[in-house]
Design a protein around this ligand. Structure first.
Ligand code: ATP
Ligand code: MG
Length: 254
């Protein structure tokens, strides 16, 4: 397993947003996390990425207990995320947004940067060229100098994934990547994610309301409802699970 959680829980003011979550995400998997609004899905991502501290339980990543580590350390260990509401630096260029991702891998210290040491300048140049290569790979090279905030919505989503990739993750957490995309863009996103997983040897955990995407893409799925785990299994098992059908899908998955 690349990622495991044990008894993971978080409450807000006495209300359990997530209770006793046991996730087991195999290396290389595309893993889906689904459930109705308020089920606790984003809370899981906030816990895994260190944005929130758990009230109970442990998070194991690559066999190490990462519970309670701050976000920047978790990023360096190889977990990257995107946000349900896109968070880009809208006034910065597309290229600079990707560079921000690479910065977490920098070796040069701030004073070397301030004095523009040769080592710093070399590293900076290398990261610019790697950012351009990444933009080429994801089909955004022509927009490199544009302001991120001016990109079409679908491209902003793609850029946010690209910035996450720039941190060189082993595990990518995507919070509703298809939200706001039309069916054609959603299809393109599915191909994009499959290619990324292959090319970057990624494990991907994806939150998504679009069941066509989740069922078509993921090998394993966990269903949350009111913070509780309703079911976990293959798409076939989830589709046939009576509790899932009753509580979440209200009659079946197409
Ligand atoms: N920082 C917070 N402070 C207080 N309550 C919170 C906080 N974050 C989440 N919650 C609550 O925890 C519950 C789970 O929220 P969460 O955002 O994880 O749900 P979700 O499954 O991502 O829902 P959605 O599909 O709407 O994005 C909700 O009741 C929410 O109001
Ligand atoms: Mg959410």
């Amino acid at each position: 397993m690349l990622l495991e959680t044990r008894h993971l829980g978080r409450s807000f003011g006495g209300i359990l947003a997530l209770d006793n979550l046991r996730l087991q995400v195999p290396r290389g998997a595309l893993y889906g996390l689904i459930g109705p609004n308020g089920a606790g899905k984003t809370t899981v991502f906030n816990l895994l990425s260190g944005f929130l501290q758990p009230s109970q339980g442990d998070i194991l990543f690559g066999g190490h207990n990462i519970t309670g580590l701050p976000p920047e350390q978790i990023t360096r260990l190889g977990i990257a995320r995107t946000f349900q509401n896109i968070r880009l630096f809208g006034d910065l260029s597309v290229l600079d947004n990707v560079l921000v991702g690479f910065h977490c891998r920098r070796r040069a210290s701030w004073w070397q940067a301030a004095l523009r040491f040769p080592g710093y300048l070399r590293e900076e140049r290398a990261q610019v060229s790697r950012s351009r290569a990444l933009l080429e790979e994801v089909g955004l090279a022509e927009a490199a100098e544009e302001k991120a905030g001016q990109l079409p919505y679908g491209h902003q989503r793609r850029l946010e994934i690209t910035r996450a990739l720039a941190t060189e993750p082993r595990l990518l957490l995507l919070d509703e990547p298809a939200a706001g995309l039309n069916p054609q863009e959603t299809g393109e996103l599915m191909d994009f994610l499959l290619t990324l997983r292959q090319e970057h040897r990624l494990t991907i955990l994806v939150i998504e309301h679009n069941l066509r995407l989740v069922m078509g893409l993921c090998q394993l799925i966990t269903v949350l409802d009111h913070g509780l785990t309703l079911a976990a299994g293959t798409p076939g098992e989830i589709r046939d699970n009576p509790a899932v059908i009753k509580a979440y899908l209200g009659g079946g998955v197409s």
